[in-house]
Design a binder for this molecule. Structure first.
Ligand code: NDP
Ligand code: GDR
Length: 372
């Protein structure tokens, strides 16, 4: 569509090259795991960082708390705006106010199991929400000025078609979350092709950290290991312990997001470690951090893990955590990102597990001390 026929209101902006000399980032999902690491990275790089946060009756900016403190020394570099990916008008308003040079769309209902219970909401926020943000960019006439990152996911691959999974592997999502993200993936490609926007998909495999949400399996395990070792919990209940995931560290992955937006032309990239591990292996390594060896007995829903030294059962399978359709195996091939972006994950699997358990041990011990 030519500008003459554009239904949108355009702001009076400087030419794209001049506009991009400013370094202004807007992040949806800034309160999440990745949002907090990305904010730190961009502030370090001298960006002015704006984030979209949802109004909540409870405190939802824990992961950004330390940056608030910093703001006294770095005024105007970090600002939060109330908003939601379900509210187009609000997105247009924020964009027109902030005039970002880079947008990172990390906001999502990101829990795969929850997406089976909230399928329509997940489609609206994760799928149509991406369209809303892309259209908001066009509405204010930023389509040639701004660079757009879409948080795509290895959940797009879903059912195993080939491994390792790369940018050319066909998609076969297995959850309402995966299907919503498939829409977001293609609308990002479509707006790049249709309107010449600098828009790219980062197809990121699972990445974790001590800031990971507590209901994702790695954090659920690291917290339970800490609490069990401190005598505050007796058993960890899990679903499919044979699922295989390619787990990296979130801090490495947000760097890859930024790198994708610094290329001469927009492209889609896989970020992964190239290794896969079963959930049960994460359990074993996590307990090993506190000196416990886990042995397994039984099978299927009867399977349980026990402490090899004491015989105490510390892990049980609970079918309530099974999913209506599962993604059995994720194993990514990051060769393209390594070759073109020069990206490489820094933290390996063992160090990731150790860091997460150590952080939860520390947090759980401080909680005991606080209560005393
Ligand atoms: P989190 O679940 O930790 O964070 C999600 C963020 O999205 C939170 O800030 C949340 O806000 C926000 N959000 C939720 N609903 C809305 C909404 N309606 N409007 C605006 N914002 C909303 O996810 P991660 O940080 O782990 O992941 C970031 C992104 O990357 C997500 O899109 C996720 O799907 C995707 N992804 C994640 C991977 C991973 O392994 N971590 C791998 C591949 C992709 P609030 O705090 O208020 O809930
Ligand atoms: P995933 O992460 O679905 O891969 O999505 P999650 O940690 O939830 O599950 C990983 C695997 O562990 C199995 N599992 C359990 N999962 C949870 N949450 N709780 C349990 O008790 C449990 N027991 C076993 C799951 O069945 C699954 O196979 C994450 C999210 O961050 C997405 O937003 C992101 O797109 C993908 O990673 C890549």
């Amino acid at each position: 569509m030519s500008d003459a026929h554009s239904p949108f209101v355009k702001l009076n902006l400087p030419p794209p090259e001049e506009y991009r000399n400013r370094k202004v980032a807007l992040i949806s999902g800034i309160t999440g795991q990745d949002g907090s690491y990305l904010t730190e990275l961009l502030l370090e790089k001298g960006y002015e960082v704006h984030g979209i946060i949802r109004r909540s009756s409870s405190f939802n900016t824990n992961r950004l708390q330390h940056l608030y403190a910093d703001q006294h020394e770095r005024p105007n570099k970090f600002k939060l705006h109330y908003g939601d990916l379900s509210d187009s008008t609000n997105l247009v308003y924020i964009l027109a106010q902030v005039l970002p040079t880079e947008i990172y769309n990390l906001g999502a209902q990101s829990h795969v199991k929850v997406s089976f219970e909230m399928a329509e909401y997940t489609a609206d926020v994760d799928g149509v929400g991406t369209l809303r943000l892309l259209d908001a960019i066009r509405t204010v006439g930023l389509e040639k000025h701004v660079r757009f990152y879409q948080a795509s996911t290895s959940e797009l691959y879903g059912k195993v078609v080939e491994t390792p999974q790369s940018e050319t592997t066909p998609f076969y999502p297995r959850s309402p979350y995966g299907v919503a993200k498939l829409y977001a993936y293609w609308i990002t490609v479509n707006y790049r092709e249709a309107y010449g926007m600098y828009a790219c998909n980062g197809i990121l495999f699972n990445h974790e950290s001590p800031r990971r949400g507590r209901t994702f399996v790695t954090r659920k395990i690291s917290r339970a290991v800490a609490d069990i070792s401190l005598g505050k919990q007796s058993c960890l209940y899990l679903g499919n312990i044979d699922a295989q995931r390619d787990w990296g560290h979130a801090k490495d992955y947000v760097e890859g997001m930024w790198m994708m937006l610094q290329q001469p032309a927009p492209e889609d990239f896989v970020l992964a470690t190239g290794e896969t591990h079963r959930v049960r292996e994460f359990v074993e390594k996590a307990f090993a951090v506190v000196g416990v060896t886990v042995k397994w007995r039984g099978s299927g829903v009867q399977e349980e893990g026990y402490d090899a030294q004491t015989g105490k059962v510390i892990v049980k399978v609970d079918p309530q955590y099974f999913r209506p359709a599962e993604v059995d195996l994720l194993l990514g091939n990051p060769a393209k990102a390594e070759r073109i972006l020069g990206w490489k994950r820094k933290m390996d699997f063992d160090s990731l597990v150790r860091q997460m358990v150590t952080a939860d041990l520390h947090a759980s011990k401080s909680l005991v001390e606080d209560q005393n």
